[in-house]
Write a protein that binds this ligand. Structure first.
Ligand SMILES: *Cc1c(COP(=O)(O)O)cnc(C)c1O
Length: 394
């Protein structure tokens, strides 16, 4: 007997839940890519994407996943032999840096570990040590650790020190979930992908960039024709946006997702994520009063609002994930890059996504299922978690 056979809930931090409206918008015959509806729609898409990013500046859209935007951003910004200052707060920060390194960039990595945000004193030391670095790379919310970084504070630090570098931000896990203001926070490059807060299947990547970055990167010599952001940003002809056939159905899905975000209002979307995250954290605090349950990031100020990394002990993270998926229809995320000496496979860790098309009953349901799973598996935990979660939303 299983209790899993109803509508399943994929609570992993991307791909996220796709709204029925998005799926329905994609359910259509192949469109003409030379004239008609699709072409008319793309202008509005670009404007509405910039609105979600709080940007008035530039945007290149690629057919690709998040890794593709890593490479797109790196190849447009850097020249061979440049230095990049990397402020890494989890596996994704290291991944973006590795992409730069493989392209021929010297990466000066400051590692803040697996359970902490950027520390500004150490960031200052890195900036002082590399005054000529072309860019500073930051992950807004690192999906592996769920650490959330203060991007505006990094910009202020760069300005205070007169550091001329470009500020590059990975918002793949946070755009459309956590507050992010491209213009006001002084970002120069920001990357995002379709399958997280934007509620659309994986396959579209976005590189937002400032006028300053457009100008500063004109001589970048790592750029190849496909990744060059210049024609994609300034496309006069529809075809130039894509360097080939457009990602037709993704665009119809994204159009619907952006309508949904617009109807709710971006600030209300941020508030919803913040409230749902607070319910998860309230439950976690109660669970943690007995047994091994801990959130990975101790300080709520430094936690992302779209994903929460947590740990149990031994293999209990994996055992709990298996139970919630097979017995109750809720798929939690695996721990990523969190292995430790006494847990080489990282089986203590797991992640709960509350990203994108998620509401109170989904989050409360996932928490109730986790509570049931710990009871079923005999995993020690404090009581009162569901009450605490309900209070957080009441
Ligand atoms: C998901 C994610 C990526 C990678 O995206 P893919 O589409 O899997 O390539 C990179 N950075 C962050 C912060 C992410 O959350």
């Amino acid at each position: 007997m299983t209790l899993a056979n109803g509508r399943p809930y994929l609570a992993i931090p991307g791909p996220s839940v796709m709204p029925d409206r998005v799926l329905a918008a994609m359910h259509r015959a192949a469109p003409n890519i030379y004239e008609g509806d699709l072409i008319d729609m793309v202008g509005s898409l670009r404007a509405d994407l910039k609105a979600v990013a709080c940007s008035t500046q530039n945007l290149a859209i690629y057919i690709g996943n998040g890794h593709a935007t890593w490479e797109a951003a790196n190849s447009n910004v850097f020249r061979r032999g440049d230095t990049a200052i990397v402020l890494a707060t989890g596996r994704f920060g290291h991944g973006w840096a590795e992409n730069a390194r493989l392209l021929g960039v010297d990466t000066a990595i400051t590692d803040f570990g697996k359970a902490a945000p950027i520390d500004l004193e150490r960031a200052e030391a890195a900036l002082r040590a590399h005054p000529d670095a072309r860019a500073v790379m930051v992950t807004h919310v690192d999906t592996a650790t769920s650490a959330r970084n203060d991007v505006a504070a990094v910009r202020r630090l760069m300005d205070d020190l007169g550091h001329p570098g470009l500020l590059m931000v990975d918002c793949i896990a946070s755009l459309g979930c956590d507050e992010f203001r491209f213009d006001a926070w002084g970002a120069d490059v920001m990357i995002a992908a379709s399958q997280k807060g934007l509620m659309t299947p994986p396959g579209l990547g976005f590189v937002f960039f400032s006028d300053k970055a457009l100008e500063a990167c004109k001589g970048s010599d790592l750029r190849t024709p496909y990744w060059d952001w210049t024609p994609r940003n300034a496309a006069q002809w529809f075809y130039e946006n894509w360097y080939g056939t457009a990602p037709t159905h993704h665009l119809f899905g994204l159009r619907e997702a952006l309508d949904m975000i617009h109807e709710e209002g971006i600030e209300a979307v941020w508030d919803r994520h913040s409230r749902l995250a607070s319910a998860v954290w309230a439950a976690a605090e109660a669970w943690g009063r007995e047994g091994a349950f801990r959130l990975n990031i101790a300080d709520p100020q430094h936690r992302g609002h779209s994903v929460t990394a947590a740990r149990l002990s031994g293999e209990d993270g994996t055992r709990l994930r298996r139970w919630t998926e097979h017995q109750a229809g809720v798929t939690l995320g695996i721990g990523l890059g969190m292995a430790e000496l006494d847990d080489p496979a990282g089986h203590a860790f797991f992640r709960i996504a509350h990203m994108g098309h998620v509401n109170a009953h989904m989050t409360l349901g996932a928490l109730a299922v986790m509570d049931a799973g710990m009871k079923a598996l005999g995993i020690a935990h404090g009581s009162g978690a569901l009450d605490a979660a309900a209070r957080a939303l009441a």
